[in-house]
Design a protein around this ligand. Structure first.
Ligand SMILES: Nc1nc2c(c(=O)[nH]1)N[C@H]1C(S)=C(S)[C@@H](COP(=O)(O)O)O[C@H]1N2
Ligand SMILES: [Mo]
Length: 528
């Protein structure tokens, strides 16, 4: 064993600087082992209960109201990897500091790491879907971290029995360097083993996907009209009319996809109702189910963006569930809550509308809902952005008022009401084309009202009315195409839609917050 730095002959100041570095490293290793052990325990308790994930979920929920840009970023891009990465950096710096502190001012380093464990446990227990057991991962994990940190750093401090033994291979002025390396190595090994163990255990807990794989959903009592052949234009590069499940956009606040077993699932309908009730999975499957094509859109979608998709949903009308519960006079909102605590506030009137096919959905394009799209049950409401209507992993519907309750995003800078705005997107051409007649095509949507017209123009030229593809109905988007003559050079194509009521898509540009982006989608093409 060679002394890397700070040997017996090294000057005191240099040695102590080197020891501070070693102590910081020990902090990182001990903290890493602690978090890894927390992951391991969480793999047994519940995936969301680990220090890292419970902490991350709390950070997401804590996005301060008014900090709109931040909220937009979260809402739109949902950049969970960035969150976990920055948390990792912050925790590593904190752990290094704890190591240094433990060397210089014991026991404050150990106290700091313990505090992180206690805060982690508290944050986990306060998660909406938590049980008291959720404290365990942070307590056990950071407990292990604290023991390792204490043991490692103690060996960097001169002990009376070892003091100044006089230049042996392991002595650095009374410091047990070999012991320190052994404890640090133990911490590193524990981190790797615990992490590997948690991977193995959570791979075994894909029980819910396995249940989903084996599930056979009942056929619909009321089937959707078939997609007309003319709904799907034969244009290369156009968005398909029905979005395949693997391509369907995903937006939610869940750092870990909630794992809800249908046999443990139920939906409560409660609040301002005369007859609250609870319905189980088997009861739901026995009801007459319906199928409807509905295009779901995210309020965070920017003009020309792709946070939108169309699917065939199988489910039971929310309207019928409300009829059974008998809402009281004065109620005007339904607050739906998911297994992981997300909520959406939907106008009661919309959900009771006999002409609107709002569903408690269990099927998506002929399959049980994919786990990340809300398995086993979610809401789908034609014409409303997802954040005010499309609660995934839904477990309760509370009839209430907009005065008394708010959905998750409302106090975070988003409008309480979220009707989808009329929009259109150019899918082709993108990039460069040859001069002459150029095919321009895309999709347009105004859910529940329907699209009446789509127009395209090049530069400041005249608007050209596009040909609309057929559609199942007003609740889905619609493909469109036309041909425009373009000369060599650079051109800008623009599209605007008009809904079936005659409302023209506005040219005024607005950002997604607070209630949906507006403006015309344009694409630049170079023609040769
Ligand atoms: N439980 C839960 N449901 C949720 C959300 C969420 O964060 N959590 N996000 C909503 C938003 S903002 C949208 S746009 C839709 C997206 O549904 P998808 O991921 O199936 O496309 O889900 C909605 N339902
Ligand atoms: Mo959304």
């Amino acid at each position: 064993m060679t002394e890397a730095t700070g040997g017996p002959e090294a000057p005191q100041a240099e040695r102590s600087r080197a020891d501070a570095g070693w102590a910081a490293l020990a902090g990182v290793l001990a903290g890493g082992a602690g978090l890894a052990v927390a992951e391991l325990v969480a793999a047994v308790v519940a995936p969301g209960s680990s220090t890292l994930f419970a902490g991350g979920a709390a950070v997401i929920d804590a996005v301060p109201p008014g900090l709109k840009d931040f909220a937009v970023q979260w809402f739109g891009t949902n950049d969970k990897a960035v969150l976990l990465g920055s948390m990792g950096v912050v925790l590593a710096v904190g752990a290094a500091f704890a190591g240094w502190l433990q060397l210089r001012r014991p026991p404050y380093g150990v106290l700091l790491m313990s505090a992180v464990g206690v805060v982690g446990a508290m944050v986990a227990v306060l998660r909406p879907d938590a049980t008291p057991l959720w404290a365990l991962p942070s307590i056990v994990g950071l407990g292990v971290g604290v023991l390792l940190l204490r043991a490692a750093v103690a060996r960097l401090r001169p002990a009376p029995g070892r003091a100044a033994s006089g230049g042996g291979a392991t002595s650095g002025g009374g410091v047990d360097r070999r012991g320190f390396l052994a404890v640090s190595g133990l911490a590193a090994g524990a981190a790797v083993l615990a992490l590997a163990g948690s991977r193995v255990l959570s791979a075994g807990s894909t029980a819910v996907s396995a249940v989903r794989e084996k599930l056979r959903l009942p056929t619909a009592r009321t089937t959707a009209p078939p997609v007309p052949a003319g709904a799907e234009l034969k244009v290369d590069g156009i968005t398909p009319y029905v979005t395949p499940n693997p391509d369907f956009y995903r937006i939610d606040t869940a750092l870990i996809v909630p794992q809800v077993n249908p046999q443990d699932w139920s939906l409560r309908v409660e609040g301002l109702v005369d007859e609250p009730f609870e319905i189980t999975w088997d009861e739901l499957l026995a009801l007459p189910l319906e199928e409807h094509y509905v295009t779901l859109a995210c309020v965070s979608n920017t003009v020309g963006g792709d946070l939108i998709g169309n699917a065939l949903w199988l489910g039971y009308p929310i309207r019928a569930l409300l009829e059974r519960a008998k809402p009281r006079a004065g109620a005007d909102m339904v607050l739906s809550t998911s297994d992981d605590g997300f909520t959406a506030g939907t106008p009661l009137e919309v959900l009771q509308d006999p002409d609107r096919d709002s569903l408690l959905a269990i099927g998506m394009n002929g399959q049980p809902l994919p786990v990340e799209h809300g398995f086993p049950a979610r809401l789908v409401v034609p014409g409303l952005y997802g954040y005010v209507s499309a609660t995934k992993w839904v477990t309760s519907l509370k009839v209430t008022t907009f005065d008394a309750d708010q959905g998750y995003w409302t106090p975070r800078g988003w409008s309480a009401l979220g009707p989808i705005k009329v929009e259109s997107r150019i899918d082709v051409p993108r990039g460069s084309v040859s001069a002459g007649a150029v095919t321009v095509a895309g999709v347009a949507w105004a859910q529940h009202t329907g699209i009446g017209e789509v127009q395209v123009r090049a530069d400041d030229g005249d608007w050209v009315t596009a040909e609309l593809a057929e559609t199942v109905g007003p609740d889905t988007w619609r493909q469109w195409h036309t041909s425009i003559d373009l000369t060599a050079g650079d051109h800008t194509l623009a599209v605007r839609a008009t809904d079936a009521d005659g409302l023209v898509q506005t040219e005024d540009e607005a950002p997604p917050a607070p209630d949906g982006a507006t403006g015309w989608h344009t694409v630049n093409v170079s023609v040769s």
